[in-house]
Design a binder for this molecule. Sequence first.
Ligand code: CO8
Length: 263
Amino acid sequence: MTYTNIIFEVSEGIATITFNRPKALNALNGDLLDELNTALGEIASDEDIRVLVLTGSGEKSFVAGADITQLATFNTLQAKLFGEKGQAIISRLQELSIPVIAAVNGFALGGGSEMALACDFIYASENAMFGLPEINLGLIPGFGGTQRLPRLIGSNRAKEMIFTGKLIPASEAEKAGIVNRVLPQASLMEETLKTARTIAAKGKVSLRAAKQAINNGLNVDLSTGCRIEMDAFAICMASEDGREGTSAFLEKRKPEFKGELNK
Ligand code: CO8
């Protein structure tokens, strides 16, 4: 597929999707969401891709939200369909079996924050701003923000952000636990890719198991979560990567993970 609203690249097992509507600060319209969905399908079916990085084109914006020009034309049913489509694609992103890192290079507002919140973790540039400003439009977040933000930072902090619509800088987002690292704009991608390469060198089976255990465990009580972990651990132990990792330690050599899921 030819992409026009995103740039989709793969290098050394790391896929990068760059939201690419810089004139609208990379706002999410229907076409961009369709392209993102297709790219996620390509990633899910490519066993050689080990990590996904999301970022925005330019130095000003990751994603400034859903495209308000398009939103403003919707009737009730169209809004519901657009909301369902966005939620489904963002959930698909969250549920990818490989790790996903958001490199937030500027504004991450509304649907842009919601996209970043569905990633496994976020690195941000010093100029990045986060917020769910839908309240200023007489709306509320519709791509999962009322659900993912409180789960990440607690309901009181999330309510303050959602009720006031205020934007917070990267440094504050880091203190709140939204962002893992704040970096100068010039080194954001380099540092993100460095982490992506570190992760990509690990075993694919164990990465997948760790991600699923954490994500699935967050939705259940502790003892059920621990059972999920034990099943996932057993699968790793029986995998080729699990054998390789433990043997390599005992043989005092570096492991060579092949990441084959079906062995
Ligand atoms: N949609 C469409 N166009 C946008 C958006 C957007 N979200 N954000 C910015 N743009 C456009 C501007 O209109 C402008 O276009 P033009 O040059 O043609 O006038 C261009 O990008 C540059 O923007 P500004 O001139 O405004 O740049 P500033 O640096 O002055 O301001 C801001 C940057 C603060 C980011 C400002 O543009 C802004 O406030 N943008 C809107 C942010 C926002 O409210 N986002 C939330 C949108 S709603 C949403 O995300 C809901 C998600 C769930 C949907 C569920 C559907 C049912």
